[in-house]
Design a protein around this ligand. Structure first.
Ligand code: ADP
Length: 170
């Protein structure tokens, strides 16, 4: 493997991971990768975001169920989105999470330990992680705004926007 290949990857703790209180376990397991978290937020996933994120699977028969799953219809309407950064981040995280199908995932991986297949055939596999560097960039740009990260990882541009901001009521 190429040395000095600093990458970013998007990790999502899916609604089943949150409802099962697996957040701590998953973050602890991922700390063994030695990677650094450079962005984190809790998200209520809209249909638009879900469909854009899983655009490559639109033709699959499980697509509608997958969208309901990631939007939290079966568990809780929350996803924890994290950006991990470091050498070969994409493959390192993929190795730790294991195969897509939780029944085929190595039992020592996150999906192998905590995932299941529902009677409807949905792979409830607890976490998502970007498949390659190109997808990682696409996904990070979809889930995060530049200012939500502790450092600039991709080129940015500024635009003037008029918007209403909310503050805590005094
Ligand atoms: P990965 O999440 O490992 O990158 P994919 O992008 O192929 O895998 O699939 C996205 C998600 O869709 C999976 O994590 C899983 O929740 C669901 N999924 C994938 N394949 C199937 C399948 N054959 N049956 C049911 N759900 C699936």
């Amino acid at each position: 493997m190429k040395k000095g290949n600093k990458q970013q990857t998007l990790v999502l703790i899916k609604p089943d991971g949150l409802i099962k209180s697996l957040t701590g376990n998953i973050i602890t397991e991922l700390s063994d990768t030695g990677l650094k978290i450079v962005g984190a937020k809790i998200v209520q996933v809209t249909r638009e975001l879900a469909e854009e994120h899983y655009q490559h699977l639109k033709e699959e028969k499980f697509f509608d169920e997958l969208i309901k799953y990631i939007m939290g219809e079966y568990h809780t309407k929350r996803v924890l989105a994290l950006i991990y950064q470091g050498e070969n981040a994409v493959n390192k995280v993929r190795r730790f999470i294991g195969s897509t199908d939780p029944e085929k995932a190595e039992p020592t991986t996150i999906r192998g330990k905590y995932g299941r297949i529902t009677s409807k055939g949905v792979f409830e596999n607890v976490v998502h992680a970007s498949e390659n560097e190109k997808e990682a960039e696409r996904e990070i740009k979809l889930w995060f705004r530049p200012k939500e990260l502790v450092q600039t990882i991709y080129p940015t541009e500024s635009k003037e926007v008029k918007k209403v901001e909310y503050f805590w009521k005094k």
